[in-house]
Structures are given as C-alpha cells and as structure tokens.
Design a protein around this ligand. Structure first.
Ligand code: SAM
Length: 271
C-alpha cells in the first residue's frame, strides 16, 4: 500500500504515538491532536511506525532500485535504516557538512538528529574545540544516537550534547550555534513558521541555517508526496522567516539543500 493511502486508523493506532508519549504536553502534538484534526502525521517518529518508506528511507537490505519492499515495522528498524550503507550510497553526509561551512571549533545544532547520520560527521568536523547539539523528541532515536556515538572515533561522543526536545521549542540558548542543520525534518512539521523562528533564535549572528529535504517527485520511496515541500515551498518558508540569502546546493538525487543566511540581522528572540 502506498504511504499516502494508509488508513487513518493506522495513523491513529496507539503505537504511532509512543515515541512522543513522555514529552511534555506542549510539545506532544501527536498525542494531543484529535482524530478529526490530524490531517497529517505531526512528526516523523509517527510516520516511522506507519511505514519506513514514508518516513524517508528504503528499508534495510533493500536496494534502492528494487522499489517498494516489505517495510520494517518499528522505529528501531527505521533508526537502523537511517544509518545504513545503502543510504550512504546515495546520500553522502560529508556533502552537507561541507556545504554548511562547518569548521573546526564551530558549534552546530542538528535539529531532528535521529540516530546521528549527520551528527557524527558534524562532530568529527568541528574537532575537539567544537560542539554539536543533537536534538530530537524521540527517545528511541536518541538511544540509537548514543549507541552510535559510543562506536565513533576518539573524542567524538564528548563533543555531542544530546538534547531531548521538540525542534520548535528547544532548550538551547539563543545564539548557541554557528550552523543549524535540519535534514529531512521540515516537511514533517505542522507549523513550519514556528520551527523557523526557533531556528533563527538558536542561530548565532552571522550564522547559517541548512535545510535538506526530499524533492517533491515520486521516486518510489520516501515521504508521501502530499507531505513533501517542493523547493519553492521551502524557499518561500525560508524567505518568510527572514533569510535574505538562500543558496541551493546538490545533496542527493532525491534531495535538495539550502544554505540560508540573514545578511541584515542576527539572532532572534523566541516570540
Ligand atoms: C527522517 S528522521 C531524520 C533524521 C536525521 N536528520 C537524518 O536525516 O538522518 C526525522 C527525525 O526528526 C525527529 N522529529 C520529527 N519531528 C520532531 C519534532 N517536532 N521535534 C523533535 N524531533 C522531531 C524524528 O524523531 C526523527 O528522528
């Protein structure tokens, strides 16, 4: 069944809300929204449990060219799929790290970090004087992140501060990061303007925000087309949020990327 055709009953099944269940209610839109208002899954961890194809990766042990396959069924499988060699074959995280302009000593916020596909290369790139704030609402994803960090190179884990929070209302200090990355996250948020206000609050003056997301074309897997944001929709959101310079870069055959700056202003307060 195509992800877009999933019955609402599956979207609302109790298992779909588990990863967010223990978050404070203000951040737990998945739990608080009623059936009639849930027109789209509020976050990826919900989508994950529906179908990892919908959530953004081909399932483990399935080659991309094989098209649809039997999906993995839980968030642990999804977390592993996000770190798979198969994904690395078409999405090289170092391309994003380099386009983002991450340097030794940089501070980076990886919002919606998942199990660390970008977090770990970011932490390698910032070196021992840098820091990466890895933010996610899903304890399952963060448990995979911690495990993946424990297998990373010397000193890498010590540079990563793991933060469990909603990406639209983090506990990070204003101006905490030179670079704020959000990869495969924005399409899944019900309130993009609020999220981008938080991005701007967290971003240092003169810093960069980096958006990576799925192209809005039917490539046979990934989030349902109806959820995806086209490049022009994302650009519109980013411009609306006040980014005056939005430069596109090549990420993968399936993704677009933008490096965004505000040439006029600096950090923003939470509104
Ligand atoms: C598709 S995964 C992408 C993970 C990682 N950025 C990557 O590209 O490998 C999306 C991640 O965003 C997290 N997420 C989705 N909505 C969120 C929210 N409102 N607050 C915090 N994390 C969220 C999910 O738990 C999941 O780990």
């Amino acid at each position: 069944m195509a992800p877009a055709e999933l019955p609402l009953a599956r979207i609302l099944s109790p298992a779909t809300t588990l990863p967010q269940d223990t978050l404070p209610s203000a951040t737990n839109t998945a739990v608080s929204m009623g059936a009639s208002t849930l027109s789209r899954p509020p976050c990826h961890s919900t989508t994950v449990l529906l179908d990892p194809l919908a959530a953004g990766v081909a399932p483990r042990e399935t080659h991309i060219s094989a098209g649809r396959a039997e999906p993995a069924t839980d968030e642990h499988d999804f977390a592993e799929a996000l770190m798979s060699e198969e994904r690395r074959a078409w999405q090289d995280p170092s391309v994003v790290v380099s386009a983002a302009g991450v340097k030794r000593g940089s501070s980076v916020a990886d919002l919606g970090c998942g199990p660390g596909f970008f977090t770990i290369p970011l932490a390698e790139a910032v070196g021992e004087r840098g820091v990466v704030f890895a933010v996610d609402s899903s304890e399952t994803m963060l448990s995979h992140l911690r495990r993946n960090l424990s297998g990373a190179g010397p000193g890498v884990a010590a540079r990563v501060k793991v933060v469990r929070a909603d990406v639209s209302r983090t506990t990070l200090e204003g101006g905490a990061a030179d670079v704020v990355l959000f990869a495969n996250v924005m399409h899944d948020l019900a309130d993009v303007p609020s999220f981008l206000r938080e991005v701007r609050r967290v971003m240092k003056k003169g810093g960069a925000a980096v958006d990576v997301d799925w192209r809005k074309v039917d490539n046979g897997f990934g989030p349902p087309l109806g959820l995806r944001l086209s490049e022009s929709e994302s650009r519109g959101h980013l411009r609306q949020a006040g980014f005056s310079e939005i430069k596109a870069f090549e990420v993968s055959p399936y993704h677009y990327g933008f490096v965004c700056r505000d040439l006029a202003k600096g950090t923003f307060r939470r509104s």
